[in-house]
Design a protein around this ligand. Structure first.
Ligand SMILES: Nc1nc2c(ncn2[C@@H]2O[C@H](COP(=O)(O)OP(=O)(O)OP(=O)(O)O)[C@@H](O)[C@H]2O)c(=O)[nH]1
Ligand SMILES: [Mg+2]
Length: 334
């Protein structure tokens, strides 16, 4: 019996081995994903992102416990080398999470970045597919919300939870500029800390002013997406009522506000389901994934087809202003 069949039957070691194949970018992984793919598309994907140390991992483990008590099988993917899930943090955190690591209905996987964030996004999408196909639902995906690749990963999810910790005054500007736009649910964690109320009030005001949400919709604007998505789904996007991000205060350390967070996520899911946004998000995600693979593979094929010397020669000529980038690119592709 092959690895995929064993994994589909629920064997944890087979699941872990598949994930390792994926992380190492091995050819066997491609075949495995092809076999698994028909079984995917069932799990609900929840992205948890936010600044370093905001309490994402603590929150994720509390969410996992909440879903466990509702008899769900929970998948956790931590795309963060410093996460407690990968052993980067103090022992206390791991001890607090030990129940999750030993629960057969929870699967925790941390993704090593290996310095290649583009590859990481692809590997993460595939690891999520493995969990999805093997019956984990929901799947929680933790990423640090600092760069485009991480935002891409966050946008794998149906619901994106952005975690903010109080007392990061300057940080609010960064949030405003970047991750607030992808937040479906905004969490002010560490509600036990001073300044929590003030941070929550500031964010509340920003939400009321209507900054945020909207970045997702413009995902349809890539050329690839426009060609790939049919008119019907595009007009469905246009007809959709806007979602107004919910704000939840939590103290992940003691589990306060977790029930409210679970409810906010469920509320967002219901919104996605009643407005056809759910299908649209799947479409967006899969077209983006397809586009990324096509781009990666074309680039790889191109680089394989030309020798190092002529490439660096061409680059030198572009730098020397002897040839413009467009003409150079055309020469390369030709
Ligand atoms: N006071 C307080 N501390 C918290 C709370 N939630 C988490 N912490 C602490 O904040 C620190 C960081 O928590 P993590 O869950 O590791 O945060 P993270 O966002 O996953 O961190 P990185 O993955 O390293 O970016 C830990 O020491 C937690 O114990 C909270 O609600 N209140
Ligand atoms: Mg973490």
């Amino acid at each position: 019996v092959d690895l995929v069949t064993t994994a589909l039957a629920g064997n944890r070691r087979a699941i872990a081995r598949l994930m390792t194949l994926i992380e190492n970018g091995q050819e066997a992984a491609r075949n495995a994903i092809a076999q698994l793919y028909p079984y995917t598309g069932r799990a609900y994907l929840i992205g948890v992102t936010g600044s370093p140390g905001a309490g994402k991992s603590t929150l994720v483990s509390q969410l996992a416990r909440a879903y466990r008590s509702a008899e769900r099988r929970v998948g956790i993917v931590a795309v963060d080398p410093t996460s407690p899930f990968s052993g980067g943090a103090i022992l206390g955190d791991r001890v607090r999470m030990r129940d999750l690591f030993t629960d057969p209905s929870v699967f925790v996987r941390s993704m090593a970045s290996r310095g290649n964030l583009g590859g990481l996004a692809r590997a993460t999408a595939d690891v999520v597919k493995v969990l999805d196909a093997t019956g984990f639902d929901p799947i929680l995906i933790e990423t640090v919300g600092t760069g485009q690749a991480e935002l891409d990963i966050a946008q794998l999810a149906h619901t994106v939870v952005v975690v903010v910790a109080p007392g990061m005054g300057d940080d609010i500007q960064a949030i405003k500029a970047g991750i607030l736009e992808i937040a479906d649910v905004l969490v002010v964690n560490k509600s036990d800390c001073t300044d929590a109320e003030r941070t929550a009030a500031a964010l509340e005001m920003m939400l009321e002013l209507g900054s945020g949400h909207g970045a997702r919709r413009s995902a349809l604007s890539s050329d690839f997406m426009r060609v790939a998505a049919d008119d019907a789904s595009q007009s469905a996007a246009a007809a959709t009522d806007h979602w107004h991000p919910l704000l939840v205060k939590t103290c992940a350390l003691v589990g306060e506000g977790i029930a409210e967070l679970v409810e906010a996520i469920a509320h967002h899911r219901q919104y996605l389901e009643t407005t056809q946004e759910l299908g649209l998000r799947d479409l967006t995600r899969l077209v983006n994934e397809l586009e990324r693979i096509v781009r990666d593979d074309l680039m790889k094929a191109l680089l394989n087809g030309i020798d190092q010397v002529s490439l660096s020669d061409l680059v030198a000529r572009v730098v020397a202003r002897e040839i413009d980038p467009q003409t150079a690119a055309r020469q390369l592709i030709g």
